[in-house]
Write a protein of this length. Sequence first.
Length: 253
Amino acid sequence: MRILLINPNTSPELTERIARLARASVAGDAAIVPATGRFGARYITTRASAAIAAHAALDAFAEHGAGCDAVLLACFGDPGLAALKELSPVPVVGMAEAACHEACRRGRRFAIVTGGLLWKPMLEEFVAQLGLADRLASVRCLPQTGGDIARDPDGSLAALAAESRAAVEMDGADVVILGGAGLAGLAVPIADRVPVPVLCSFETALRAVLALASQGPGQRERTLAPAPPTASIGLSPHLAEALQARSPSRAGA
């Protein structure tokens, strides 16, 4: 099976890093097809850059999604997730949505630890939209962005562990999510410093998307009505064609 891995940040080095982690995790069970945002912010840190990233994610899907069995949107905050689910004939998994649901399965109240101070209200609103506001203990943000953390992961471990412990001891979390593609792979190095489970949002979403892709098209739940064809102007040829095309069914995840 083939998994389209969309990084809507315009940072190819981050795409390479998470694709490498994904390939190591799937161990040959799936082909990872990486795609980087064609336009927008190097690393998403604001509402404006997240809005642009939603367009970039759709653009990347339209160009690279043919022949893929599922899509992983590799940006915590899931910009464009609902639109991707509407457009895609195969399952789409967002890192934030998958991690929040897994955290609720693992515990009573969860915290999110991530990079970039402006993400706090954005993620609180996102969790509320999922209907999980009463399960959220806190959102704790390091001043460094996720991009900064990705460039110096070892140098960020102490701060991530400290914020995770604070979320447990001060906020009452019994599960902690490390949120963000830039934080991918960092849950294991801090796990022994935090007294509750620490989830890597990227690894959690990867497991979810692999499970959905392995079900095959005959077993996937159809959750969205077919999207009507939409005329457009000024978009890339791939995305304009995708919006115009009809499909007998759409799958969501």
